[in-house]
Design a protein around this ligand. Structure first.
Ligand code: NAD
Ligand code: DAU
Length: 345
């Protein structure tokens, strides 16, 4: 066993992709997955690695000091030094507009509780997975750099910016070895179909309408999830504590263009597009300058949108049962079937 890693939020979209990557690429690492299994947490994302010797799931909430302490005990058993990659968060902007408090609880309070426990456990390294949304919105030109002032516009991005400040404070005040990543929009396998790309794929497959907010000309900088996971691993292994690393794919598209591409790949009619009321406070454009991580850590994206979007559409096509169970809510029963009871706590 060369390294013990505590991953929070590992049953979600990016966290489960990250754990799959570790099992392939760092097979001798111990991986402890602490996840509360909110609506976004799905153990069916991880069925293929359940028996893996170095992997253990801990059902618990980052807002509970007791749950977090239990996870550190599991990760640090046999005296192993523990590192942390912190994904756990409420992640959907529209839900934060409907109700902000759960975002403050999970993203702000949860991060502070995790930081306190990690300091107590003398954690070797703590990677806080943040987002480009903390920088706010861009006009037609320019890019977010690590020096761009934070100007979050949604309760989600405000809660992530607050968590970034707590991580920064832990480094400045206590010399705690924390690093922050800020990535652009991800797409790929196991993304919950409330986010743009999987929602549009799932609806188009069922000939349901595709809700495009406002004029559909908002721009996002799309990155295949595997590239994000590799960037986080590079930051964990080679990053400098106290530093922020932007991650992005140099891959800007207006939402409407993405929707058209999905319809074309699936051979579906553009008449499925339905223009709906715009998202309040909708950020117009995100674009990442990822020069720092490219220069300092040698990371660059490996997947192009031209390859990875069709591959993602094909993946959802090959995972009809996964998608059906997520859309129907049946995935929530998986824990009971596997472990003989609903998770508590
Ligand atoms: P997700 O919503 O798919 O998954 C979140 C996971 O965290 C779920 O498994 C959920 O059960 C768990 N979780 C939520 N609250 C918890 C709590 N209180 N305690 C323990 N577990 C909890 O999110 P995602 O899209 O995989 O994003 C993961 C992280 O990456 C988030 O921090 C998000 O801000 C950040 N991020 C996401 C993107 C993106 O495009 N999806 C881009 C940049 C950064
Ligand atoms: O930039 C990184 C962020 O990307 C992450 O921090 C967030 O966790 C992640 O959810 C994502 O945020 P967005 O708000 O950009 O993603 P979402 O998929 O919700 O929306 C992408 C764009 O598509 C956005 O401009 C809103 C638009 N949209 C979204 C949905 C769900 C639609 O037009 N219709 C829709 O139904």
């Amino acid at each position: 066993m060369t390294r013990s890693l505590l991953v929070t939020g590992g049953a979600g979209f990016i966290g489960s992709n990250f754990i799959h990557m570790l099992v392939e690429d760092r097979p001798d690492w111990r991986v402890t997955n602490l996840d509360a299994l909110t609506y976004a947490g799905n153990l069916e994302n991880l069925t293929s690695i359940e028996g893996h010797a170095g992997y253990e799931f801990v059902h618990g909430d980052v807002t509970s000091a007791a749950d977090v302490a239990r996870a550190f005990e599991v990760a640090g058993r046999d005296g192993a030094a523990v590192s942390v990659v912190h994904f756990a968060a409420e992640s959907h902007v529209d839900r934060s507009i409907a109700s902000g408090l759960p975002f403050v609880q999970a993203n702000v309070i949860g991060t502070q509780i995790l930081l306190d426990a990690a300091r107590g456990a003398e954690t070797e390294s703590f990677v806080h997975v943040s987002t480009d949304e903390v920088y706010g919105s861009l006009g037609a030109t320019g890019f977010f750099t690590e020096e761009t002032p934070l100007a979050p516009n949604s309760p989600y991005s405000a809660s992530k910016a607050a968590s970034d400040m707590l991580v920064r404070a832990a480094f400045k005040t206590h010399g705690f070895p924390a690093l922050i990543t800020r990535c652009s929009n991800n797409y790929g396998p196991w993304q919950f179909p409330e986010k743009l790309i999987p929602l549009m794929i799932a609806n188009a497959r069922e000939d349901k309408s595709l809700p495009v907010y406002g004029d559909g000309q908002q721009i996002r900088d799309w990155l295949f999830v595997r590239d994000h996971c590799e960037a986080i691993l590079a930051v964990l292994e080679r990053g400098t504590p106290g530093e922020v690393y932007n991650i992005g794919g140099h891959n800007e598209y207006p939402n409407l263009e993405i929707v058209h591409q999905i319809l074309r790949h699936l051979g579906k009619d553009e008449g499925l597009i339905e223009y709906v009321k715009d998202r309040p406070g909708h950020d117009r454009r995100y674009a990442i300058d990822a020069g720092k991580i490219e220069r300092e850590l040698g990371w660059t994206p490996r997947y192009t949108f031209e390859q990875a979007l069709p591959a993602t559409i094909a993946w959802y096509g090959s995972q009809e049962e996964w998608l059906r169970r997520v859309r129907s809510g049946a995935y929530r029963d998986y824990y009971e079937a596997q472990y003989g009871g609903r998770p508590t706590g």
